[in-house]
Design a protein around this ligand. Structure first.
Ligand code: GAR
Length: 207
């Protein structure tokens, strides 16, 4: 993998929708001296705003249509092909709403990050903010974690909390959490690119 002093680490960002986390990553990596750059953006949805955001920055934008592949392993192999073709050293899931198969996760073990809008291990899976509101928690937040074969179960890199207000809606809470996602994700990428992260069992040690 790329040393902190050499060429910037190539990021492959996988996104299915709006792409605001991708935008935060694009903005952070555009700052001179940032130790990573976005090498390619891949989406499973043709009309994902994330693909437009990539094109607007001159970053290769690839649509991989699940319907073009017979099964998950075939899709995941194409994904790996696209990432390798662009020299990716770290895969960043940013609102990618497809489960990645075990072969993909093993092939990229220790080199896939995800952002999740909850303080994991609370509220994994879909609609985390709604789950938090329905549970009545007073504190919610964002997590950046390494991806393992479970759903939102991998070792945690960074977390940030936000308060939950009595009058919060899913939208207002999501917006508050998103601010933290946009701050944490580039920071986690920087730590990885600077080789300051070590996974020890369930824990991620930060140097
Ligand atoms: C973000 O809130 C991200 O945490 C969430 O989807 C949103 C994508 O927004 N991901 C998950 O819920 C994954 N379990 P974005 O497309 O604007 O970055």
């Amino acid at each position: 993998m790329t040393p902190a002093t050499g060429a910037p680490l190539g990021l492959g960002v996988l996104a299915s929708g709006r792409g605001s986390n991708l935008q935060a990553i694009l903005d952070a990596t555009a700052v001179p001296g940032f130790p990573a750059r976005v090498a390619v953006v891949v989406s499973d949805r043709e009309r994902a705003q994330a693909l437009e955001r990539a094109r607007a920055r001159g970053v290769p934008a690839v649509w991989l249509n699940p319907k073009d592949f017979g099964d998950r392993p075939a899709y995941d192999a194409a994904l790996t092909g696209a990432l390798e073709a662009h020299g990716v050293g770290l895969v960043c899931l940013a609102g990618f709403m497809r489960i990645l198969g075990p072969a993909f996760v093993r092939a990229w073990a220790g080199r896939i990050l995800n952002v999740h809008p909850a303080l994991l291990p609370a509220f994994p899976g879909l609609a985390a903010q709604r789950q938090a509101l329905e549970h009545g928690v007073k504190v919610a937040g964002a997590t950046v974690h390494f991806v393992d074969e479970g759903v939102d179960t991998g070792p945690i890199v960074l977390q940030a909390s936000v308060p939950v207000h009595p009058d919060d809606t899913e939208e207002s809470l999501s917006a508050r959490i998103l601010v933290e996602e946009h701050r944490l994700y580039p920071e986690a990428i920087r730590l990885f690119a600077e080789r300051r992260l070590t996974i020890v069992g369930r824990r991620v040690l930060v140097r």
